[in-house]
Design a protein around this ligand. Structure first.
Ligand code: ZN
Length: 245
């Protein structure tokens, strides 16, 4: 006999209702709520815990290039600017990378020179960041391409001033200032995929698939806002994560 309730993807007797966000929708029937509470305590839910966001997330940040020596503080600032208003504070983990570098952290943002990324935030100069998914779950490593960020800023500046990217270098005013912001924007976007548990993109805001106009990062916070649909999804996931050990 089948019973009403949420399946959370598990096969069995429970009826499933899939919400637009991809999560299980709940009924207000008390019997159903009891079933849901049992499911929350089940091992299947516990398996989700490492990938659910928490109000305080411990994130390791490494920037392995002297070309953007001062990028780390800006990356942190941009990530905090995006995610703190959404209810996520970040405790940054730094220092030497040891064999146990993964212990005690929720995610690791690594800005790497010479990295070419095939997908995600698209631009002619290649994607600036990536977070991989396995079995629908985001992995904890977030990689940023320093080269793609530099190319992105150079193309934007060249288009604005009607010149060649070849005459622009990293010592020129806004171009130098913008590369760390571009990396910060990419970090915030990729962290969005992680905390939202989704590889999908939004029509506006920081989770847009493409973003042109790097110079806008210095002048408006609009590209860094989270769209309303994802705000709601994040709140759901934070609530779900609250029951994790
Ligand atoms: Zn993306």
């Amino acid at each position: 006999m089948s019973r009403p309730g949420c399946s959370f993807g598990a096969a069995g007797a429970l009826t499933s209702m899939q919400a637009p966000s991809g999560r299980c929708a709940m009924s207000h029937n008390p019997i159903v709520l009891l079933v849901v509470a049992v499911l929350f305590a089940s091992p299947a839910h516990a398996d989700d815990c490492p990938t659910l966001p928490r109000p305080l997330m411990r994130i390791r940040l490494t920037v392995t290039s002297s070309a953007v020596r001062d990028a780390a503080p800006v990356i942190k600032q941009v990530v905090e600017h995006v995610w703190q208003p959404e209810g996520i504070r970040v405790q940054w983990v730094e220092g030497a990378v040891t064999p146990d570098a993964w212990s005690g952290i929720d995610a690791w943002i690594a800005a790497i020179p010479g990295l070419r990324i095939a997908s995600d935030i698209a631009s002619d100069s290649g994607a600036m960041g990536e977070v991989l998914f396995a079995d629908g779950m985001p992995r904890r490593m977030i990689r940023l391409s320093i080269d793609a960020a530099i190319d992105w800023v150079r193309r934007d500046q060249a288009a604005r001033f009607g010149t060649s990217t070849r005459v622009l270098n990293l010592t020129l005013g806004d171009t130098a200032r913008l590369v760390p912001y571009a990396l910060g924007y990419a970090a915030a976007h990729e962290l969005g995929h992680f905390v939202l548990g989704s590889a999908a993109h939004a029509k506006s805001g920081v989770m847009e698939a493409t973003f042109e106009g790097a110079h806008r990062l210095l002048r408006t916070s609009a590209p860094l806002q989270l769209d309303r649909l994802n705000e709601a999804r994040l709140r759901e996931r934070l609530d779900e994560g609250a029951s994790c050990p």
